[in-house]
Write a protein that binds this ligand. Structure first.
Ligand code: HEM
Ligand code: HEM
Length: 423
């Protein structure tokens, strides 16, 4: 017999049987604190003005903690099924027992309904559509089959449910705390210490034995993994962009140097801070003759799904239909022509200007493209930039048509090294 077991009195053993398991206690307090914190956060973030730079991050944090609460609640319910709570505390009258049970049931419904209604709310937003990225890392999909609610009425109803549940939480909490305190003070046995860690009072250890941790937490984790895999599978499943199109041109005389760091980048202003990103997959088919600019032409193919922005949240946003729609439209094409020498001060190479006709989601917009080029033997180095208009290209026009948050101008820059194609 171990020392601690030898030191145990019959009272201690009995007290343990009237207590919740340690896992149930930890889950109770973690979820209780998280819910109260989330209500505060929900109210606080909603009151912030739109131009507050912290707002975007707080909404994402709210969604991240909310989904965590949902998963912990699922684990908690499974745990409870496998580890039933202790018998009702002694000294409770019949109606007190019934009320306390219904408050508990109400809380379980609330712990599911609050995060689910929040998830539903973001899934049916239809004007300013912001994706959910948990803790800045995991893309979380919208709920399926709910697009029929994506309208003014659906939104108002779900938003009301989500926000009014906070008052339901407070009503339940008032009854819950009143019950716990009343029976701690008045009851012979008391209920509070059943839900307090063993640090308090005479009740030393947890109620043993507990079981099913793997099933409870494993199931919640498995559910998380399956849902989190959906965006990755949806993105990877479609056909890839064809970056080798235009094979019929026979006058190409340069090709991208695959060993060089060729970059195609974009940047702009969002709430007066800079956002930026790059396209990882693109190709250029180049026919460029400094002595015959008229015969020169360049076509650039860009795989839109390869856009990576400085924040995962923006990367996910770009995939949306109103932005790059990269799940449906795979390639953007830029045709460069009408090359002319330019008047510009450059630190190296020769300045040029050309017309860049960008075709994106079926819309073509032509803008001037300025670049500088240096040819040394069989190697050419080029750096250029152009400014595009989001509105002209119909990008992000649902969320921010007036460019109130995201500037209309987007700067695209190219930096490449090419090698001469041998005759
Ligand atoms: C237990 C979990 C949650 C609690 C306690 C909670 C609580 C709240 C509260 C009190 C508000 C403020 C409502 C108001 O303005 O009166 C709010 C807003 C909001 N919540 Fe939650 N929430 C939870 C989970 C979630 C989840 C999981 C999501 C999304 C995935 C979410 C998305 C939102 C959004 C988008 C708003 C802003 C609504 C608006 O201003 O239109 N919430 N939440
Ligand atoms: C939003 C916050 C809270 C939520 C959602 C919540 C939820 C719950 C639930 C669902 C149970 C039943 C556990 C079960 O039988 O499976 C429970 C039990 C309990 N809670 Fe809370 N609780 C919250 C806050 C509090 C607070 C602030 C106290 C402290 C006064 C407290 C004290 C207790 C006690 C003592 C029990 C055990 C009751 C008994 O043995 O009959 N809870 N709570």
């Amino acid at each position: 017999m171990s020392v601690s077991a030898a030191a145990e009195t019959p009272n201690d053993a009995e007290a343990r049987d009237h207590r919740y398991t340690s896992v149930a206690i930890v889950l109770h307090w973690v979820i209780a604190l998280a819910i109260l914190g989330m209500i505060g956060l929900g109210w606080y973030m909603g009151d912030l003005p739109n131009d507050n730079p912290a707002k975007e991050g707080l909404y994402q944090l709210h969604k991240s903690i909310g989904i965590t609460i949902l998963l912990l609640t699922i684990a908690r319910i499974l745990w409870r099924v496998m580890n039933p709570p202790p018998e009702d505390a002694e000294g409770l009258t019949g109606w007190e027992k019934r009320l306390s049970h219904w408050v508990h049931v109400g809380f379980y419904v609330l712990m599911l309904a609050m995060p689910l209604s929040g998830w539903l709310l973001v899934s049916i937003s239809y004007d300013f559509k912001i994706p959910t990225v948990l803790y800045g890392t995991v893309s979380w999909p919208d709920l399926p089959f709910v697009s029929w609610l994506a309208n003014d009425i659906g939104h108002v109803v779900v938003e009301n449910i989500h926000s009014k549940l906070a008052y339901v939480a407070f009503a339940l909490l008032a009854l819950h705390v009143a019950g716990a305190v009343k029976h701690e003070i008045g009851g012979e046995e008391g209920v509070l210490k059943r839900m307090l860690p063993g640090l308090f009072g005479k009740t030393a250890g947890p109620r043993a034995p507990s079981r099913g941790a793997l099933t409870a937490f494993g199931s919640a984790l498995a559910l998380f993994a399956v849902v989190a895999a959906i965006p990755a599978l949806a993105q990877g499943g479609g056909p890839k962009a064809d970056l080798t199109a235009g094979g019929e041109a026979t006058d190409l005389n340069w090709e991208l140097d695959e060993n060089a760091e060729n970059t195609l980048a974009f940047s702009g202003l969002y709430e007066s801070a800079t956002y930026d990103g790059t396209f990882g997959d693109w190709n250029a088919r180049i026919a460029f003759y400094p002595d015959d600019l008229e015969a020169s032409h360049v076509t650039v193919y860009v795989d839109l799904s390869s856009a990576i922005a400085s924040k995962k949240l923006y990367t996910d946003s770009l995939k949306g239909a109103e932005w790059l729609d990269s799940g449906n439209v795979h390639t953007a094409v830029v045709e460069l022509g009408n090359f002319q020498p330019a008047e510009a001060d450059v630190e190296w190479g020769t300045p040029y200007i050309a017309d860049a006709a960008l075709t994106l989601k079926g819309t073509t917009v032509t803008t001037p493209f300025q670049f500088q080029l240096e040819i040394e033997g069989d190697t050419a180095r080029m750096e250029g930039t152009t400014t595009l208009s989001r509105s002209a290209l119909d990008v992000g026009m649902q969320s921010d048509p007036g460019a109130d948050w995201i500037a209309d101008e987007v700067t695209v820059s190219v930096n490449l090294t090419a090698t001469r194609i041998a005759d």
